[in-house]
Ligand binder design. Structure first.
Ligand SMILES: [Zn+2]
Length: 455
């Protein structure tokens, strides 16, 4: 379209627009063409009018950005950024050496090569204004024959995705690979599963493993907690599993899947349910990571118990052994300000157990932490959303009709709160000696224990 025609059209649009209508948020467009198996990306970006400032990629990723041309003129890298002044919008073209980045960085949070896949977080290779601009972005990807692009970003069509510019710096995991893709439909959502590499298990067996865990999590929450999650399965040595989840404008899970993993390990797998439970909470500020990890740590055995996979003995033995790691150590400054491993995983789980017991005790068994968590999902609070913690707690408290979550958070966030764990277990009627677990059904809170462990 010529500039003159564009002006005429925009005048028409301006005349027709009602006064009260909010201005359309600006759209940044990225068109990516991958070549050489995904090792080189050629990116055309269209920046909206008014862009003025530094263009950046994630820290450490600038050396792999090459040949930046802004409106036809070569642009220089200065202080880790490219300067763009675009009163009428800019056309930016550059190349990204993803293969080199993967070799040099070897970090799945940025770029890494794993068994034929190039894991590539969009924030590592999409040039964006710093600080983040307003509005949304649209990404279209063209991959060479034999390779496809898998991504947790929200798809709008085949190989097209969208999200907000504010979410781009933490955008979900993505990658180029000869993926073997399949969709796992679930009640309330779906898993877009992408597998690369060779395993002792067949793709069908891996898909059934992940699908079974997803149905367990759905059974706890009443539905699959997110409309769509991309799950990338990458090969690793041995027979271990490892997972990580990232939301922010979509949902993604990367699973490092040991090539030697066998079906005999499936009932002991807590990794896949743990990651899937992360989908059922909005993305929070980093200082609240203890709630993200604590919820997954506390809810995962309950999910497997309800599915009839975990015995009640194993459930309480794991809590008995794990929860002491969640107690405040000397110098602790509360959950929001003590990001140690113990306080993040088990301190968060301890918060969940204490809240769950309090809700059940105060309501006479009418409500529980599970009700609060299902209300968050019902309110659209999944990992693709970024919420303030206050909103999460408000939805949870409203659902239970009590203020237990908000009150407990207020007490625990910035001060070390000790919990008398021997007393908690004694009241629940739980004793663990070595592998042996015994239950005292006459203990004062044995009914709360039975309610929590109910299959
Ligand atoms: Zn986790």
């Amino acid at each position: 379209m010529s500039r003159r025609a564009w002006v005429a059209l925009s005048l028409l649009a301006a005349c027709a627009r009602p006064r009260s209508q909010a201005p359309t948020p600006p759209v940044t467009r990225y068109a990516v063409a991958a070549s050489d198996g995904g090792r080189t990306l050629t990116i055309d970006a269209s920046l909206p009018a008014g862009t003025d400032g530094a263009l950046v990629v994630d820290d450490g990723c600038a050396p792999f950005v090459r040949d930046v041309v802004i409106d036809g003129a070569p642009a220089e890298l200065r202080d880790g950024a490219w300067r763009a002044r675009c009163p009428d919008g800019c056309a930016v073209r550059y190349r990204y050496r993803l293969g080199e980045a993967a070799r040099a960085l070897d970090d799945v949070e940025l770029a890494a090569a794993r068994g034929g896949a190039l894991v590539a977080s969009p924030s590592a290779w999409l040039l964006r204004p710093q600080p983040p601009s307003q509005g949304t972005f649209e990404l279209s990807v063209r991959a060479p024959a034999g390779v496809s692009f898998g991504s947790g970003l929200r798809p709008t069509a085949v190989d097209r995705y969208t999200s907000t510019m504010a979410e781009l710096p933490l955008a979900p995991y993505s990658g180029f690979a000869p993926w073997r893709a399949r969709a796992l439909p679930l009640d309330g959502g779906e898993i877009a599963l992408s597998i690369v590499g060779d395993y002792a298990l067949s793709d069908d067996e891996i898909a059934r493993w992940i699908g079974r865990a997803a149905r367990m999590v759905s059974a706890y929450y009443g539905r699959f907690p997110t409309p769509r999650v991309w799950v990338g399965v990458l090969p690793t040595d041995g027979a271990e599993l490892f997972g990580r989840t990232l939301g922010n404008g979509g949902a993604s899970i990367l699973l490092d899947w040991g090539r030697a993993t066998t079906l005999a390990q499936r009932d002991d797998d807590w990794i896949v349910p743990h990651e899937l439970i992360h989908l059922a909470l909005p993305s929070l500020d980093a200082r609240h990571r203890w709630l993200e990890e604590g919820l997954s740590t506390y809810v995962e055995p309950l999910v497997r118990r309800r599915a009839g996979i975990l015995t009640r003995e194993a459930l309480w033995r794991d809590l008995w052994r794990g929860l002491p790691s969640g107690l405040p150590a000397p110098g602790d400054r509360g959950l929001d300000e003590t990001p140690t491993w113990g306080r993040t995983y088990w301190g968060g789980a301890l918060f969940c157990l204490v809240v769950d017991l309090e809700l059940r005790a105060r309501s006479g068994g009418q409500t529980s932490l599970g009700d609060a968590l299902r209300a968050i999902v019902a309110a659209g609070g999944d990992v693709s959303q970024r919420w303030e913690l206050a909103r999460v707690l408000a939805v949870a408290d409203r659902a239970t009709g009590l203020t237990v979550l908000g009150d407990t958070y207020a007490a625990w966030a910035h001060a070390p709160v000790d919990v008398d764990l021997p007393r908690v277990f004694a009241e629940l009627g739980v004793t663990v000696r070595g592998e042996r677990v015994t239950f005292d059904e006459a203990a004062p809170r044995a009914h709360l224990r039975r309610a929590i462990e109910a299959p």
